[in-house]
Write a protein that binds this ligand. Structure first.
Ligand SMILES: NC(=O)c1ccc[n+]([C@@H]2O[C@H](COP(=O)([O-])OP(=O)(O)OC[C@H]3O[C@@H](n4cnc5c(N)ncnc54)[C@H](OP(=O)(O)O)[C@@H]3O)[C@@H](O)[C@H]2O)c1
Length: 380
């Protein structure tokens, strides 16, 4: 089947902005906490003459990488970029200066820059005689969403991941979950662990599974801290997490009432123990994620937890997207463990609705990626 070439000017813009957004994703794990940004330069004949993405925080921005690839062909071109070019002199010079020097005829961006210091690039370009157009693009908005959310709310981008059977269970009633999904799915999870700042779980999962939560057998772009919500500082000193503390940091969030001796024992083993803010008897998860983002640089988090923590995170609107692996197994036991608990909507219309973003096959498993409406500052 052939894909029809875009014909109208608006469709052409959207086509190239989608391509720029797809480029941006290549920077995932390297660019953050900067935004992921992609850029494609298209000459007057409609041919791509250069492209680039923001690969590393502190490294060249996407526009600069694409302009370098295009060389003199950038003159008179259209520069498509997923996020409005910056005006800010941070770790690198402002992109608007590099663009002005390369003299494209037009700049088209898919998402305005919300940064108070770096925004306003379009106006600067116009003042310098370069046409700058904002063409709202869903793909560009989505790829910029983690940056926008952090800037607007101080909250990290949180992805909930779980593996479930066809009948929607993440473990048997005895808690056994190894392994619901196949080797190819698990490899993808390791890859994602190597691209986020933190892998978050609850003490229930640590007790049952004794997981390592490290990124193994893949190329890592960053080393994620292992984060455990553990109100009573009950993490076993002989757990796999503590035995592997030299491989990746362990941060344990406890309640203020946790026994000092347990806290000190964890600290003596190199664990970073954080006293979480509380809301009644529970740890306030919103306050905790804000604290971890601000004080520990936890800007992107992958959650690998059971229903205890997952439900709390969903209830507080903290999950931005869900990555659900559906494996070809049936448990058939109503007491087997589901991903969420404690809700009892009488009618289907009262159940949360997620937005399907993509479907991938991983061996015999299917990976479903969903956006979650209502997550603070999220993309839906
Ligand atoms: N298939 C999969 O993808 C997958 C992934 C992960 C886990 N699992 C399965 O899930 C099961 C474990 O489920 P789970 O619900 O027990 O584990 P969990 O969600 O990892 O941990 C729950 C515990 O975390 C603490 N907690 C969570 N939110 C809290 C809050 N706001 N304030 C204070 N404490 C909080 C509580 O500890 P306290 O009890 O100390 O109060 C709670 O019991 C296991 O069978 C595991 O195999 C499956």
């Amino acid at each position: 089947m052939s894909i029809a070439a875009p014909t109208t000017a608006a469709a052409v813009d959207r086509y190239w902005l989608d391509r720029a957004a797809a480029m941006a994703v290549r920077g995932h794990g390297g660019a953050e906490p900067n935004p992921m940004v992609g850029c494609i330069i298209v000459d007057e004949s409609g041919r791509a003459v250069g492209s680039g993405y923001h690969a590393r925080c502190g490294g060249p921005h996407a526009e600069v990488a694409a302009l370098a690839a295009a060389g003199p062909a950038a003159r008179g071109s259209t520069l498509y970029v997923s996020l409005e070019p910056c005006t800010h002199h941070g770790r690198t010079p402002p992109c608007v200066d590099a663009i002005t020097e390369a003299a494209p005829a037009r700049v088209c961006f898919g998402c305005p820059d919300p940064h108070p210091a770096a925004g306003g690039g379009a106006e600067t370009l116009r003042a310098r005689g370069i046409e700058a157009t904002h063409v709202p693009s869903e793909s560009c908005r989505l790829v910029s969403a983690p940056f926008t959310r952090l800037l607007r709310t101080g909250l990290p981008w949180v992805t909930a991941k779980w593996a479930q059977t066809i009948d929607g269970r993440i473990a048997t009633r005895s808690g056994d979950s190894k392994w619901i999904s196949g080797a190819r799915s698990r490899r993808l999870v390791h890859r994602e662990r190597g691209r986020v700042d933190g892998v978050l779980t609850g003490i229930g999962t640590v007790r049952t599974d004794d997981p390592l939560l490290t990124a193994r057998g893949v190329r890592r772009r960053r080393t994620a801290a292992r984060l455990v919500i553990d109100p009573h500082a009950a993490l076993d000193l002989d757990s796999a997490l503590i035995r592997s503390i030299d491989e990746a940091p362990v941060i344990v969030v406890v309640s203020p009432g946790a026994d000092r001796r347990d806290v000190d024992a964890l600290r003596s083993r190199g664990v970073d123990v954080v006293e979480g803010p509380t809301c009644g008897p529970r740890i306030d998860l919103t306050g905790t994620l804000t604290l971890l983002a601000r004080t520990r640089g936890m800007h992107s988090i992958l959650v690998e937890a059971g229903p205890g923590l997952l439900t709390g995170l969903f209830d507080e609107g903290l999950i931005c997207e869900a990555a659900v692996f559906v494996a070809p197994r049936l448990i058939g036991d109503p007491q087997a463990i589901p991903p969420l608990t404690g809700r009892a909507p009488a009618r289907i219309e009262s159940a949360d609705t997620l937005h399907l973003r993509s479907v991938h096959h991983r061996g015999d498993d299917v990976l479903l990626r969903y956006g979650v409406s209502g997550a603070a500052g999220s993309s839906d």
